[in-house]
Design a protein around this ligand. Structure first.
Ligand code: HEM
Length: 464
């Protein structure tokens, strides 16, 4: 057995950092094609290993999850942004925050948010004109920001605030793009990128503070919960009182703060995390879905006919969304080809063995959806858009972790059901009324916290 996994040779200063930064997507797949299940490369001060076998992904995320943690990158940007919010926290803090948040994501509450999701979509579509061209990514991101703030913060966000959030996402995202020089520049150096990042965080936090101010004193008022009586009937976390309390996340967290279980800082970290994790990923999924549908008119027609059936009785509901089976396959296929979260990171807490190799404590592990989802080992003709891959009989032939857009194990995405319902209802509203035709360049991708198009995504709107 070889002791060190194989991998590409890097240059003496930046290792493989330059190749990765130039095009992480091509680099990771080329590594997977050449070197197999466990690949070692050098992205900076620590050893990095890419896992490409679903069995190893499952081991890290599920079976041996307690041997791994989310890595500290020695770069406090992530910490400054998300702090001890649910996505990045560990140990007891994570457990406490997840317990608090779970009731807000209860299936019954999510299903009862259908009306809010449709209302926001309808009011946005009222601004669309037949024949005009919109940047669909900005449009859907505007919509998903409004929906997450209503659904989880029990508040409205002004158009001005939405614009601010969107403008500030650009410098935030830029800070997380791979850059081999970052390890050479201390965090305190006031580079333009660092200054813009700090300013973006300040602005984002002041938007969040504004929302919290508007909600102060209403955390026990059931009428603030947009999920209505069904959502309010969901039981809160222990100590949260009995029944009839609003179960939107912000109300739950404000009550926990009143009980002394949350600090203002916890609250802010959680809200920033939910605002970012809760809108960008769904907006990207929809963007890639519209792009793929524009290139596959037959699939677009099938989605449109399901959409028409869903809206036939009036506003589409969670029950209508459950019937949109083909649309669900299209969404699965869009997240296979374009996973918004294109890689997960983990760090072993102790020396571990993976794929026959010893991986040292403290190294960085990459579990890449982008690589696994496009591997010919698990998918025939992996580059092709083919929603029929998601027929149950075909799906069951693949290893479970050949597909993991929402992660897996204890740290799986808390917002999965929310985002799938939201995506289907938005598709029901849009596709029953419009065909969208992509008018941009060949799709090119950029890796940051999530996987973004590297350019605007212009779509011409045609009324059906
Ligand atoms: C298509 C949409 C979405 C995708 C692809 C996605 C993907 C993911 C993935 C891959 C993880 C696991 C990260 C890891 O293991 O390191 C995750 C975690 C998480 N997601 Fe999502 N997500 C989506 C929507 C949402 C929504 C709508 C919300 C909130 C409303 C949300 C909130 C979170 C949170 C808080 C976590 C951390 C959970 C924990 O560690 O306990 N996500 N998401």
């Amino acid at each position: 057995m070889s002791v060190t996994p194989p991998g590409p040779i890097g240059d003496p200063v930046f290792g493989n950092g330059r190749q990765f930064a130039d095009d992480p997507f091509t680099f990771m797949r080329a590594c997977a094609d050449s070197y197999g299940d466990v690949i070692r490369f050098d992205l900076g001060p620590r050893e990095t290993y890419l896992l490409t076998n679903p069995a190893d992904v499952e081991r890290v995320l599920v079976a041996d999850a307690d041997r791994y943690r989310k890595p500290q990158f020695g770069d406090d940007a992530m910490d400054t942004l998300l702090g001890d919010g649910l996505l990045m926290s560990e140990g007891d803090t994570w457990q406490r925050q997840r317990k608090l948040a779970n009731p807000s994501f209860h299936n019954r509450r999510i299903a009862a948010l259908d009306g809010t999701m449709v209302d926001h979509t309808r009011s946005q579509l009222a601004d669309w004109d037949d024949g005009e061209v919109v940047d669909i990514q900005l449009e859907v991101a505007r919509l998903t920001v409004k929906i997450i703030v209503s659904a989880m913060f029990g508040a409205d966000i002004t158009d001005e605030e939405v614009k601010t959030v969107q403008e500030k996402l650009e410098p935030l995202g830029a800070r997380f793009e791979p850059d081999p020089r970052r390890f050479l520049i201390p965090n305190w150096v006031p580079t333009r990128e660092n200054r813009e990042f700090d300013a973006a965080i300040d602005t984002l936090e002041s938007v969040i503070d504004g929302i919290v101010d508007r909600r102060r004193g209403t955390e026990r008022d059931p009428s603030v919960d947009p999920a209505g009586p069904d959502g309010v009937a969901v039981r809160g976390p222990a100590g949260d009182g009995d029944g009839d309390l609003p179960m939107d996340l912000l109300s739950v967290l404000l009550r926990a703060r009143d009980r002394g279980e949350q600090t203002d800082e916890n609250l802010r970290d959680e809200l920033v995390t939910m605002l970012l994790a809760g809108h960008d990923t769904t907006a990207l999924t929809l963007t890639y879905t519209f792009y793929l549908l524009s290139n596959h008119p037959e699939a677009r027609e099938r989605v449109a006919s399901e959409a028409e059936a869903a809206v036939a009785g009036g506003a589409p509901t969670a029950a209508d969304a459950r019937e949109m089976k083909f649309t669900e396959r299209v969404l699965n296929e869009a997240m296979r080809l374009y996973p918004p979260v294109y890689t997960l990171f983990r760090e072993p807490k102790l020396d571990v063995k993976l794929g026959g190799y010893r991986i040292p404590e403290g190294s960085a592990l990459m579990l890449s959806q982008w690589v696994v989802h496009r591997s010919p080992r698990w998918y025939d003709n992996p580059e092709a858009f083919d929603p029929s891959r998601w027929a149950p009989e075909r799906r069951s032939q693949r290893p479970r972790f050949a597909y993991f857009p929402f992660g897996g194990g204890p740290r799986h995405c808390i917002g999965k059901a929310f985002s799938l319902l939201e995506a289907k209802l938005i598709l029901a509203e849009v596709c029953s009324r419009y065909d969208l035709d992509y008018e941009g360049p060949d799709l090119s991708l950029r890796g940051s916290l999530t996987m973004h198009p590297n350019h605007p995504v212009p779509m011409r709107i045609r009324e059906r």
